[in-house]
Design a protein around this ligand. Structure first.
Ligand code: FAD
Ligand code: EPU
Length: 349
């Protein structure tokens, strides 16, 4: 029982939600965290490029991957500590994120409801500190278990060690170092629901719910998301293609003076977050299509594959979109998905 299965020259087309064609020189499906030390003994893994692959909902393959793609399949979940006020839940990396949201809500554990229906795995959730509708997952994570490639050991990182930020963490900054194997969440049995994000209260009202509970919030948000975002099963995409740009407050104020309808959100001390969707729509890209690469008609922040677009074509479009926003507003857009096989800011690389 090695705990992993290896295959050569594997198609990744069905393993990324953009559904672009790409191949991995080797693919390892791993079913046990304790198999990782043995797997990384292989020279190709020790010295060559390795890509951790979840459900591929935040990746853009600009070309083939010349190394080993590793997919963790272990998907157990259990309550490791129970109490009258909160419980600690440990979920393994391969579990589907939305299944975990449903599992916790069914046990009266709150906190993850605003993040219902985000695609992907539990193991990928801490990588960019997934967030939606006013909540980020880092608020509820109390520990991440991760195999550390340079020491060959599984380490337990507390929340402070994870350095969570907006679409950011230590795992995202050091992708060659960490393999997230499990995540521990501390979830309360009672808490004030977060209903402030635009559209949530209106959706609950449309559902005729007067005294919402967490399950209603999850349902309302699932309905909003289904309306707003294209379904990757129907139209290839990776959700938001760009992060919302964070700029100094003075820059945001100056832009707002010139463009009063630009949505500006609070940021950390002295910073503001701008709506990338608004900036892109203002440059006329919403619904744009060239060949099979396009910008979604229902949301300007989502790039879409209408069928046969390659990763390189989607990347070229993304660069044009970012360049036009920069020319018009002086604001730099940074991609949210990880780009494999190219550098966004260096077309020559
Ligand atoms: P992948 O895309 O496979 O990988 C993403 C990154 O994580 C890669 O760098 C990969 O190497 C790394 N990684 C994956 N697993 C591991 C692991 N076990 N250890 C170490 N590194 C790992 N995101 C949000 O935050 N909020 C949203 O509201 C949201 N909405 C979306 C809507 C749609 C329609 C889509 C398609 C995507 C959306 N996303 C959103 C992005 C995406 O769902 C998340 O980033 C998700 O966490 C990616 O999970 P995955 O398993 O598909 O990861
Ligand atoms: N907007 C436009 N044009 C559009 C779409 C939106 O101008 O085509 C404006 C809206 O008017 C609104 C603002 O943009 O005022 C924000 O729109 P939305 O609520 O859809 O959120 P977003 O900022 O575009 C972010 C996340 C999403 C997350 C939602 C909800 C980022 C990069 N994206 O999108 O996450 O689901 O908020 O919390 O932070 C993802 O990361 O893949 C993702 C989908």
């Amino acid at each position: 029982m090695s705990g992993y299965q290896l295959a050569e020259d594997v198609s990744l087309a069905g393993r990324n939600t953009f559904r672009v064609p790409a191949r991995a020189a080797m693919m390892a499906d791993v079913s046990r965290a304790d198999a990782l030390a043995g797997l990384f003994e292989f020279a190709m893994l020790r010295d060559g490029p390795v890509l951790m692959l979840g459900e591929g909902s935040n990746l853009l393959f600009a070309g083939d991957f010349p190394g080993v793609a590793i997919c963790l399949t272990m998907a157990g979940v259990r309550i490791v500590q129970d109490g009258p006020e909160a419980a600690v839940v440990r979920a393994e990396a391969g579990m589907n994120w939305n299944d975990l949201v449903g599992w916790t809500l069914a046990r009266g554990l709150l906190g993850l409801e605003n993040m219902a229906l985000i695609p992907g795995t539990v193991g990928a959730a801490p990588i960019q500190n997934i967030g939606a509708y006013g909540v980020e997952v880092g608020e509820f994570i109390t520990a991440v278990e991760a195999f550390q490639r340079d020491t060959g050991q599984v380490k337990r990182l507390d929340r402070e060690d994870c350095a969570f930020g907006y679409r950011d963490s230590v795992f995202k900054r050091e992708p060659e170092r960490w393999v997230v194997t499990a995540v521990e969440f501390t979830l309360p049995r009672q808490r004030e629901l977060r209903l402030d994000y635009a559209g949530v209260r209106e959706e609950l009202a449309a559902m005729k719910v007067d005294t919402p509970r967490a399950v209603h919030v999850a349902e309302a948000i699932s309905r909003i998301r289904t309306r707003k975002l294209p379904n990757p099963a129907v139209l290839g995409n990776a959700g938001s293609f760009f992060k919302n740009p964070v700029v100094p407050a003075a820059v945001a104020d100056a832009l707002k003076d010139r463009h009063p309808t630009l949505p500006v959100f609070p940021g950390d001390e002295g910073q503001r977050k701008l709506s990338a969707a608004w900036l892109i729509e203002a440059c006329g890209w919403k619904g744009f299509r060239e060949g099979d690469a396009g910008v979604a008609a229902q949301h300007a922040l989502v790039l879409v594959n209408h069928g046969q677009a390659s990763g390189a074509q989607l990347l070229a479009l993304a660069r044009r979109v970012a360049a036009s926003v920069h020319d018009r507003f002086g604001v730099a857009l940074e991609p949210e998905p990880r780009i494999i096989g190219a550098r966004f800011d260096d077309p020559g690389a």
